[in-house]
Design a protein around this ligand. Structure first.
Ligand SMILES: [Zn+2]
Length: 89
């Protein structure tokens, strides 16, 4: 039985802003890091966010609308599918 429930990509993305801001409680951070460890798409998103912050000095995930999140999930889907294709003989 898992005491820590795994999060999905949508939750991970919504946590990443606070994570980079250092505002995420330790428990949430653990869950996010656990997800990141197994999810290339969210790792890529994290790196992108980090680069954005370096460039702009700002984090904008709170500004993400549902529509923007949906778009992001589409990108993730494609990302995953491309990865699968590589793995297919
Ligand atoms: Zn993910």
């Amino acid at each position: 039985m898992a005491l820590v429930k795994d999060i999905n990509c949508r939750e991970a993305v919504s946590l990443i802003g606070n994570y980079l801001d250092g505002r995420l409680p330790r428990r949430e951070r653990r869950r996010l890091e656990r997800h990141l460890a197994g999810c290339d798409a969210c790792q890529a998103y994290l790196e992108q966010m980090r680069a954005t912050i370096i460039l702009t000095g700002q984090v904008g995930p709170e500004d993400l609308s549902d529509q923007a999140l949906d778009d992001l999930m589409d990108v993730f889907e494609r990302f995953r599918r491309d990865g699968d294709e590589d793995a297919t003989p």
